[in-house]
Structures are given as C-alpha cells and as structure tokens.
Design a protein around this ligand. Structure first.
Ligand code: ADP
Length: 899
C-alpha cells in the first residue's frame, strides 16, 4: 500500500522531472496526475545542506519536515492533495547522488496506517532501479552524441584516422572512399605507411610526431586506390595513456590537390606577371598593407638610379627622392583621396635621381583588392615623362611666344575660315572694331568693311584664297562707324588642322594723314616761295619809293639857292620817306623776332578808354593828311570802356589796332571806318575795325594773315605793301592770349576783330598815363663823338641833336673813334655803333675804356638780341640802345650822364 515517485534533477537548468511513478490500484497514475495538474509542479531549489544529508541509497523519513528542511519540492496545494486524496501517512526520501550531486530522488509514499517494514529491501530496490535509470540515461545520451558525431564523421570530407603503436590503421572515416577510393574495411589493419607515396617521409614524420606530439598541416603525397598520387595535408597527434606512454596516434588528412592545382596555376601566372613586370619599361612596384615593398621592377634603377634592393631596404626612400617643391603636391593628392574611392591616382612630379638629376615621373597608383574584397596593398606604376615634359614645356614656351605675338601685336590680326567667318582675332582687332573678341568671332569679314566696298571685298575674297592677292590697301569700319584706310596682308595657313586665312590689318590713317600733311606743307612751301617772290618785288618797290625821296631830296637840299619854304617842303618829303622806311624795317624786325620767338610781351594795365581816344585822334589826323574827305572816321566805345582797365601789353594793342586802321584807310576809298569795342562776355573784350572798303575775297581770307600774304591787283589802290602787317598783328594777338579774325564781303567792306582775354575790374580812379614831355635838352658846352659808318644814321642823329647845341664829332669806323678819343680829351660822351668797318664798335669801346675809363659810351645798334646787350656791357659800354633810336629814350639816357 505505497507508491514511489522517481524524480530527476538537472542542476544547470534547475529542472525537476518525473521519471517514473508506480504503486498498486492506480496509485501511481493518480499521483502523477495530481502533480501534473499543478501549474507549477515542482519548486525544486537546491539546498546544499540537504544534499549533504542525502547520501546515495539511504532512506530517510521526512514526512512534513520535508518543508522545514527547505526541500520545497511541491507547492503546498499539491502536497495537500497528495496527502488527502491518496490517503498518505508516512513519506520517505532516498537521494540518488553521484559524486556529491543529487541527480535524482525517489520518494516513497505510504498509506495512512501502513508502516515501513523492510527499509533495506526498499533501499536495495530503489538503488537498483536508480542505477538502471542512470545507465539508461547515460546510454541514451551517448547514443545521441555518437549519432551526432558519426554524422559529422561520416559527412566529413577530411579523413580521420587512428593508428596503433605499430602504425597500423585501426580506425578511418568513410570519407577515405571519396578521396582515396578505398573502403574503410579495405585498409583497416594495414600499415599507414603503405599509403605514403614518398616512403622517405615516413621516418621523419614518425620522428617529429614522437618528438613534438603534434604535426600541423604537413604536406604529403598519398597513393590513391587507382595508383595516382594525391596531394594532402596532414595534422596528427600522439595518443598517450594516463601515464603518458604513447599508445598510438590519430589525425586528419585533407585532400589539397585542388588547392595545389590553383597554387600551381597562380605560381605560373605570378611568374608570368613578374617576368612581364620585370621587363616592363616602366617602374612598377607593389606595397603590401604592411608598407613593405613586396615587388619592384628592375627598371627602377634606369629611372631613379637606385636599385630595387635599395628601395626594399628603405621604403622611405620612395618619398625621399621626390623633389622638394613637389612633396606637398604628392602628399595632397593622396590626402584628398577618400578611403572608399578606389579609382587610380595619377599625379606628375619630379624626383631627384641618385646622380642628382631631376626627372619627371607620371605616377599611377591604385589600391588592389582580391575577389573577397581583401586589401592586398597598393600597386604603382611610375613612368619617366621627362622628355615629354621638356617638349611640352618648350612647346608651351613657344606657344606663349606666338600667343603674345598674335594677341599683343599692334596690328589687327584676324583668322578666318574659307567662308570669311572670323575664327580668332587679337586685341588690336577688337580695338579697331570696338568689339570684344567673343562678338567678333563668328562675324563675317564683310560686316567689318564699309558698305560701299563690301561688294568689291566679296568679289576679291576668292583671290585671297588662291593667293592671287596678298597685299591690299582698303578700308575698315571702326567702332564709331568711320571708314579708315588700312593696309591688309593676307595668307593661307593651316590652323587647328583646318584651312584658314590670316589677315594682318594695319591702320594707315596716320600715315595717310602724314602724307596729306606733307602734301599740304609742300603746297604751302611753294606758296610761301611764291609769296616771298611777290614780297621781294614789293619790297624793292617799298624801299625804293621812300629811298628815292630821301636820296633825291637830300641832293636837292644841298642847292644853296633854295628858298626856306622849298627847303622845308623837301625836308618834309625826306622825313616822310624815312618814316615809311622805318615802319617797314620795324615790321621786318617784328616778324623776325616773332618767328625767332624772341618778342617780349610787357604786361601792364591798359586804360582802354583813353587808348581808343588816342588812336582815334591819331587816325583822324592821318585821314586828313591823306585827304580822304569822303571817308568818315567813327569811334564806338562800349559804355563799359569808360572804366575798363585790362592787363595786357598796351603798346602791342596799339600796334595791332594801328595796323588795322592803317589798312582800313588804305583799302577804303569812301564810306566810313569805325573803331569800336564789344563786351559780350566778362572774360573777353573785342576791339573791331570796320570799314566799307573794297573787301576781301573769300579765298584770300586766310592768306592775308600769312607772311607776305596779299590780295593781288587791288583795284584803285596804288599803295603796295609788304603783306607783313596782318601776319604780325595776328601773331601778336595770339601772344596776348587772344585772336585776330576777319569778316568781309567784296565791294562791301571788312571788319577785323581783335579779341583779348581780360580779368575785368572797375577802376576807381583812372590814371591817365600821359607821355612825359620831351625836355628841351641843352648840351651847349658838351662835345659828343658819334661813331657811325652810315651817313644816313649820322645825319639823323645830327638832326636830333641840332636843338641841344652840342658839338658833334663823327668817326666813320672803330679805329677812327679810338684816334679821336685819344686826341681830344674834352669828349663828354660817345655814341657807338657796333657794326663798322676796320674795327668794330666793341673793340673800340674796350680800347677807349683803357685810357678813358670814365668816358660814358652808349651803344646804339641794330643788334637787338639780349646777348648783344650783354656783349656791349662786357666790352665796357655803359648803355645799350637799339636802332631805330627813339629820341625821347636817347635824350633821357644821355641826360643820366650829363647831370
Ligand atoms: P599790307 O597791307 O602791307 O599789304 P597786310 O598784312 O596789312 O599787308 O595786309 C595784307 C593784305 O590784306 C593787303 O595787301 C590787302 O590785300 C588785304 N587787306 C588788309 N586789310 C584790308 C581791308 N581793310 N580791306 C581790304 N583788304 C585788306
């Protein structure tokens, strides 16, 4: 009346399992059911104290104490159900242990009131049952594991074997059939050495196995059943017993014939490639992931001077030989390269060879991976591109030269295709047509020539193509639509593998202009030559007329029978003639001075109002003298003139206006002459002289302002002139900052305008500068020597001095002057001419000053240049007066020395 529950415990997994339940009248199944019904059948937790108390096969009564002991096997409900439903009294526990581990337990439940009568028998039964259980479980596990290994063993490609101490095969995996062709049964019991194809190997194999106890991946050759040799790798281990005595060996044999084949193939191809690389002209190398150079082609020596061995010994050498200016560039391209980017790097740089030469290298490198994406290193190919570089550089330099020649040429250069379309143009071309290059390119050449020659150019184009024309003078259209003369040179050329025409266009407008100017200058020269001839003809007339009067009447004067009236009249003729001559000479001097740029302008305040009055008065007298009764003289002063003072050269203005008034008098038979002033703008005054005379033809208006320019054949005007007056006046006007212009109509009259710049100011007080009256000089007790070779000049001076009562002596040359001075110690003053025969004035002065240092010597000469004055002073002269002598100035100067 009891049941037994057999449990197993798994410590690792903390699992308790019912292995068996048994008892009479369905007690066993009922017990099983109650336990299985529970949601958590077992509470088994290891209590090590309990375990210590449980020894194998010892039955212990636990009853309720089961819980107190901590052997909390069942939940409380399950336990209560077992007790009540099965009517359980005592409970006994037998621990099933193995080496201190409880692997299971047998629990004996007794019905209430039943006593355990033979505990030893129970113990024995349980023990036997437990052992059987244990064995069964172990067997089961072994079976499972064996099965597993057998599966592996049988499906294994490699051959597992075991040998005994004699070296005979005692076990071998079935795979031996597949690889060796043998059935295991055929070879078990046979010596292992029978299968070695190289018998010599057996000894060393056994020896090293005994010595090292293991053999790792040893390549051997085995004999297959069909007699062929099989490449194999063997890994073996020595088997020993517990006392370390060898009892046999086991190992694994791997068929490596495939691998060997591949290896062989690789080796062959490697050799092929290596040979190829070795003989390659370029410098090839391979850097392993470890940075070590695994290969370098021998050509490295040809390029760098270093041998492959030198590079292998020092991998840094590769970087060291890079030219220092290129190091950064080299580093940069490698730095810029992204890790995942596996495109090749190509960079050109210089290296320094072992001999110190610079060489250009084109460097191509790429990372190499195998099929499995395993990084194998960097493969590099260096090519020597030095000569290519040098050619490139010299090409570039020459390209540069030609580019400069083309683009910076002062001539416009065009490249055109055979349709006349511009394909390139230089800077000068762009400038000529006022277009940027982009706009010029693509244009037809016809667009760049003036419309009137377009047809001609189009017709001529084929001639250029046939090189019938190579040079041409034509016209080009400029920026502002002007047509300018150009000189064109054209040629057929090859340009970028195409036929093209090269046109060099030179702007020759400058040259044309110069040509024109030259023509004009020539015409002018011819004209002025002609004018000069007229001038000379006129001049002789102009000189002869007064000279005739002077000479003629002077001769008559010597006749003592002349009456005073007659004498006066003749003298008057002589004076007139002299004045005419003098003004002629003055004009010539003026024009000479102007042309030599030596005329002086003396700026001073000019009182316009009184100057006009004076001029008017003078010309009124002149008109009267000339007896032009039918001519009216008018004065039209602007109201502003009254208080107007301008800073200019008053003498020169007077000279100009006198000349204009003189001409007007000369060329106006009747009507009127008007001197006037116009002030239209504050910066300018305009004097004018208007007449109602003969007028000036349109084509002569320019000529009259030129030297010797005259209107030929002026009707009814008997007075000839020199044609110098207006030319002098115009130049003077310009020197004063103004201008002289004319408006005229033939038969109607002319108006000459003298415009002058002013800084206008209103004068508060007009100070009239009246000429100081010439003092009546009295040199009664004085004796003057006049050194003068010209009798005319002497007579003039004599006349001037007449009223002063001075005693005059006359020396006709320098030597005579010295002699007279030596003889006559009473001489008070010398008037010395310079240009004299025998001895000139300057020499005479120096000589006289030697013995009469105090004697005042006044130089009176026609030499009017500043350096002439200096020369006079150097020679010892006291004063220097220029001819024609001004009486007032002369007397003033003499007075300085007489007082
Ligand atoms: P000249 O009077 O000595 O010939 P000018 O240079 O003063 O030289 O004048 C040049 C020419 O200009 C004169 O010969 C004359 O033909 C012309 N001319 C000048 N003034 C007048 C004028 N008021 N009316 C007409 N012709 C004039």
């Amino acid at each position: 009346d009891s049941c037994i529950l057999l449990l197993s415990h798994n410590y690792q997994k903390n699992i308790t399992q019912i292995e068996h339940s048994t008892g009479p009248n369905d007690l066993g199944p009922q017990l099983h059911k109650i336990i299985s019904d529970s949601s958590t059948p077992f509470n088994f937790k290891i209590n090590h104290d309990l375990i210590k108390n449980l020894s194998f096969g010892k039955i212990i009564k636990y009853n309720d104490g089961l819980f107190e002991l901590g052997y909390n096997l069942f939940p409380k409900e399950t336990y209560s159900r077992i007790i009540s439903e099965l009517g359980i009294g005592d409970i006994y526990l037998i621990g099933l242990t193995w080496e201190n581990l409880v692997y299971g337990s047998a629990i004996l439940f007794l019905k209430r009131g039943v006593k355990l009568e033979n505990p030893e028998a129970v113990e024995t039964v349980v023990k036997l049952g437990a052992i059987a259980l244990q064995r069964r479980k172990a067997e089961e596990a072994l079976r499972k594991s064996e099965e597993k290994y057998r599966h592996i063993f049988e499906s294994y490609e490699d051959i597992y074997y075991r040998l005994d101490m004699d070296g005979d095969i005692i076990e071998i995996s079935p795979s031996v059939e597949k690889t060796g062709g043998y059935l295991p049964s055929e070879i078990i019991g046979k010596p292992f050495s029978d299968f070695f194809s190289e018998k010599a190997l057996i000894k060393s194999f056994t020896k090293s196995l005994l010595q090292d106890k293991t053999i790792q991946d040893k390549d051997i050759k085995l004999v297959q059943k069909n007699g062929k040799t099989m490449e194999a790798s063997i890994t073996a281990r020595l088997l020993t017993d517990s006392k370390n005595n060898p009892i046999g060996s086991q190992g694994v044999i791997r068929d490596i014939s495939d691998r060997k084949k591949v290896e062989k193939k690789f080796k062959a191809s490697e050799e092929k490639f290596r040979t190829l690389a070795d003989y390659t002209y370029d410098w090839e190398y391979w850097i392993a992931p470890s940075d070590e150079i695994t290969y370098m082609s021998p050509s490295c020596e040809r390029i760098s001077g270093y041998t492959a061995g030198e590079f292998a010994a020092d991998p840094k050498l590769l970087l060291e030989i890079i030219h220092k200016e290129d190091k950064e560039k080299f580093a940069q391209v490698h730095k810029d390269k992204k890790e995942e980017d596996n495109t090749p790097i190509n960079v050109e740089f210089r290296i320094l060879t072992k001999e110190g030469k610079v060489k250009w290298i084109s460097h191509l490198c790429q990372k190499v991976y195998n099929e499995d994406n395993q990084y194998l290193g960097i493969r590099v190919s260096n090519q020597d591109v030095t000569s290519k570089k040098l050619t490139e550089e010299s090409l570039r330099a020459s390209e540069n030269r030609f580019r400069t020649l083309f683009y910076d040429s002062p001539d416009a250069i065009f490249l055109e295709n055979y349709d006349g379309i511009i394909i390139d143009a230089n800077k000068a071309a762009c400038k000529l047509h006022g277009m940027p290059k982009e706009k010029l390119i693509g244009k037809n050449i016809l667009d760049l020539v003036p419309s009137n020659v377009r047809d001609q150019v189009a017709r001529d184009f084929s001639k250029w193509l046939n090189e019938e024309i190579r040079h041409f003078e034509g016209f080009s259209l400029t920026v502002d639509g002007k047509s300018i003369p150009v000189e064109i040179h054209g040629r057929k050329i090859r340009f970028e593998n195409n036929n093209a025409l090269l046109f060099i266009v030179r702007d020759i407008s400058q040259a044309k202009r110069a040509e024109k100017e030259l023509m004009l200058a020539k015409e002018k020269a011819e004209q002025s030559d002609m004018l000069k001839s007229i001038f000379l003809a006129n001049m002789s007339h102009e000189i002869r007329t007064p000279m005739n009067a002077i000479v003629g009447f002077s001769e008559i004067l010597s006749d003592k029978n002349l009456s005073t009236k007659e004498r006066k009249e003749f003298i008057n003729y002589i004076t007139q003639g002299s004045n005419t001559l003098m003004s002629l000479i003055e004009d010539i001097i003026d024009i000479t001075k102007i042309e030599a740029g030596q005329i002086k302008i003396n700026f001073a305040d000019c009182d316009v109002d009184s100057m006009m009055d004076e001029l008017y008065a003078t010309f009124l007298k002149m008109k009267k003298k000339e007896g032009k009764r039918r001519l009216e003289l008018r004065l039209n002063k602007s109201p502003y003139a009254e208080n107007l003072s301008i800073s200019t050269d008053p003498g020169r203005i007077r000279q100009i206006l006198s000349n204009l008034l003189g001409n007007a008098l000369k060329f106006t038979p009747s009507g009127y002459i008007e001197l006037g002033l116009i002030i239209e703008n504050p910066n300018e005054v305009r004097f004018y002289v208007k007449d109602t005379g003969i007028g000036i033809p349109e084509d002569k208006k320019k000529i009259i302002f030129e030297r010797f320019g005259q209107v030929e054949g002026n009707k009814g005007i008997d007075t000839k002139g020199t044609g110098l007056g207006l030319s002098i006046s115009k130049k003077l006007a310009e020197l004063l900052g103004g201008d002289l212009t004319v408006e005229s109509e033939e038969e109607k009259g002319s108006t000459f305008y003298l415009s002058l710049p002013v800084s206008r100011e209103i004068k508060e007080e007009i100070e009239l500068k009246k000429p100081a009256p010439v003092l009546p000089m009295d040199f009664s007790n004085k004796k003057f020597l006049i050194a003068e070779d010209s009798i005319l000049n002497y007579t003039y001076l004599e006349a001037l001095f007449q009223k002063t009562n001075v005693t005059l002596l006359w020396a006709k040359d320098g030597k005579e002057a010295i002699d007279i001075c030596k003889k006559d110690k009473d001489i008070d003053l010398v008037l010395m001419d310079i240009k004299m025969p025998v001895l000139n004035g300057l020499e005479a002065i120096t000589a006289i000053k030697k013995f009469r240092k105090d004697l005042p010597i006044i130089v009176q000469t026609a030499y009017a240049m500043p350096e002439d004055r200096e020369r006079s002073m150097e020679a010892g002269g006291n004063e220097h007066l220029t001819k024609p002598l001004n009486a007032e100035e002369l007397f003033k100067t003499i007075n300085k020395y007489m007082s």
